[in-house]
Write a protein that binds this ligand. Structure first.
Ligand code: TYD
Ligand code: MG
Length: 450
C-alpha cells in the first residue's frame, strides 16, 4: 500500500497563517508564540455527497424555505427574522459569557426536532442547566460527543432541523492528527459541517470561544465559511449581554440584541435605550446622551467622561466601549479647533451598561462629554446630541436623523443638538414638542452648552 505523504506546517493559532518553519512572532497578525506544529496529510480526499441540481431563478421561490423563529424576539431580529434552514451560524464570545445558556434556551423554544451536541459538558450537566433555565422541550435531543464523524452520522440519523455544536474547539476529525482546537482541526471540521448543512438543509449553530483580544481566535478562521457570525459581548461584571451580528448573509450587520443574565438564564431586554440610560446620575458633569443606530435600530446611550489634572508626564487615556483612536482624534480637535486645553489631563471614558459603539455619529456626544467633565458643568438633562466630527471641527450629517430624534423623544428628551445639514423636511415634520438646534462646527456646540 502506498504510504500517505505527510507534511508538517506551523500554523498561527490566532489568525491561521501558515509557515514552513517556526516563528516567535506571527508575520501576519503579530501575535507572539502563536505557532503550533501541525501535520497535514497531503493526499486527503474531500468526499461530498451532494443532491443539489440547477434550479431556475423563477422557480427558486418554491425552495426558499421559511425561517425558523425562536422564543427570543431579540435573537430573531439579529438573525434577520429567524434561522434560515440550511444556514450555518457561528456564535463567538468570551468563555463564561453565556453562549451555552443561550444555545440551550434557543432550542428550548423550537417546536421541531433539535439536537444539542456538547463536547464540554456531559448529558447530566446539560440536564441540570436546562432545569435551571426551565426548559421543557419534548423534541430536544442531547448528545455528548467530540468526534466529527460520529457527529455527522448521528445528525444524519436523527435529521433535526437545528443542531448546536458546543464548542467547535472540542470537535476533532480522526482524519487529521492535529489536536482538537487547533486551527487546522477547526477549519476542516467547520468546512465539513458547512458542507453537511447545505446538503441536508440542516441549520447549524456553531459555538466558538473567541476573546476580543483575539487570544483564542481559532474560530475566526470560520468567519468566511459560515453565513452568519454573531458575537456575544459584554463584560462579566455587567449583567447586560449584547448579541451582535458581525456578518449576516440574511440580514443587517451590526444589528444588536440585548439580553440580561439572571439566575434562571438569559432574558431579553425589550427596551435597550431605557435600560442603558436608566441609571444615569442627575446633574453630573461628563454625562451626555447620544443616539446610535445599531443595525436597523436606534439605541440611546450614556457617554461618561472623567477629565482630571494629571500628575504624569504622559497623561492616562482609558476608554471602555469606545474606539480609543477615535477619542484621541476628538481630543485633538477639541484642543486645536475649540481651544480647550485638555491634552495634559488624565481622561477616562465609558459607555454605561457595557455596550460598545463604533458609530461616528456619537462624536459630538464624546466631545461635549469631555468638555462638560473638564469644565465641571453638567449639561442640560433633557439634551440629546449627535453628529460626526471632521478633523477641521466641522459637524457632519449622519444617517437616519429622524429615527434618532423619535427614539429619544419617546423617552422624554426634548432638546436636540445636531448637524445643520440634517435639518431637512423630515425633521421639521416631526410633530413632537421638541426644540432642535442645528450646528455647523464644534465651536457652535461648545457655545451652546457653555
Ligand atoms: P455559560 O453559558 O456556561 O457560558 P459559555 O458557554 O459562554 O462559556 O454561562 C456561564 C455563566 O453564566 C456562569 O458564570 C454562570 C452564569 N449563569 C447565570 O448567571 N444564570 C444562569 O441561569 C446560568 C445558566 C448561568
Ligand atoms: Mg459553554
Amino acid at each position: 500500500m502506498k504510504k500517505r505523504k505527510t507534511n508538517t506546517k506551523f500554523v498561527c493559532q490566532s489568525c491561521g497563517f501558515v509557515v514552513q518553519k517556526w516563528f516567535g512572532k506571527c508575520p501576519e497578525c503579530e501575535s507572539w508564540n502563536s505557532f503550533v506544529e501541525e501535520v497535514e496529510e497531503s493526499s486527503r480526499k474531500l468526499v461530498s455527497v451532494s443532491n443539489t441540481k440547477p434550479i431556475l431563478l423563477n422557480e427558486a421561490d418554491n425552495v426558499t424555505n421559511k425561517r425558523v423563529t425562536t422564543n427570543f424576539k431579540e435573537l430573531d431580529r439579529v438573525l434577520g427574522g429567524g434561522f434560515v434552514p440550511g444556514s450555518v451560524v457561528l456564535l463567538g464570545g468570551d468563555p463564561g459569557i453565556g453562549k451555552s445558556t443561550l444555545a440551550l434556551q434557543i432550542l428550548g423554544g423550537i417546536s421541531s426536532k433539535v439536537l444539542y451536541i456538547s463536547g464540554e459538558e456531559s448529558v447530566s450537566q446539560i440536564n441540570l442547566r436546562s432545569k435551571r433555565v426551565k426548559i421543557k422541550n419534548e423534541n430536544l435531543y442531547l448528545l455528548s460527543e467530540t468526534n466529527l464523524e460520529n457527529i455527522i452520522d448521528k445528525t444524519k440519523e436523527l435529521s433535526p432541523s437545528i443542531v448546536i455544536i458546543d464548542s467547535i474547539q472540542t470537535v476533532f476529525s480522526t482524519e487529521f492528527s492535529s489536536s482538537p482546537g487547533s486551527v487546522s482541526q477547526i477549519r476542516e471540521c467547520g468546512a465539513r459541517l458547512v458542507n453537511h448543512s447545505k446538503n441536508f438543509d440542516t441549520t447549524f449553530l456553531i459555538i466558538g470561544h473567541v476573546t476580543k483580544e483575539g487570544s483564542i481566535a481559532g474560530p475566526k478562521v470560520l468567519e468566511h465559511l459560515v453565513d452568519t457570525v454573531l458575537y456575544f459581548e459584554g463584560g462579566k461584571g455587567h449583567s447586560y449581554r449584547i448579541l451582535r451580528a458581525w456578518k449576516n448573509r440574511f440580514g443587517a450587520t451590526n444589528e444588536i440584541g440585548v439580553f440580561e443574565m439572571l439566575h434562571n438564564g438569559l432574558s431579553e431586554v425589550a427596551n435597550p435605550s431605557e435600560a442603558f440610560i436608566s441609571e444615569r446620575p442627575e446633574n453630573v458633569p461628563g454625562s451626555i446622551i447620544s443616539p446610535s443606530i445599531e443595525g436597523t435600530r436606534p439605541i440611546l446611550i450614556e457617554i461618561q467622561s472623567l477629565v482630571t489634572a494629571s500628575s504624569l508626564g504622559m497623561p492616562r487615556r482609558t476608554t471602555m466601549g469606545l474606539d480609543s483612536n477615535r477619542v484621541a482624534i476628538l481630543i485633538a480637535v477639541l484642543e486645536k479647533i475649540a481651544g480647550i486645553k485638555i491634552s495634559d489631563q488624565d481622561i477616562f471614558m465609558n459607555i454605561a451598561g457595557g455596550v460598545s459603539i463604533e458609530e461616528p455619529a456619537i462624536d459630538l456626544g464624546i466631545c461635549l462629554s469631555l468638555f462638560s467633565s473638564f469644565t465641571g458643568k453638567p449639561v442640560d438633562p433633557e439634551l440629546v446630541v449627535f453628529g460626526e466630527i471632521g478633523l477641521s471641527g466641522e459637524i457632519r450629517a449622519v444617517s437616519q436623523a429622524d429615527i434618532r430624534i423619535k427614539e429619544a423623544s419617546k423617552l422624554g428628551f426634548k432638546k436636540f443638538l445636531m448637524p445643520k445639514n440634517n435639518l431637512d423636511k423630515s425633521i421639521y415634520e416631526l410633530d413632537e414638542k421638541i426644540s432642535i438646534t442645528g450646528i455647523k462646527n464644534i465651536n457652535e456646540a461648545i457655545e451652546y452648552v457653555a
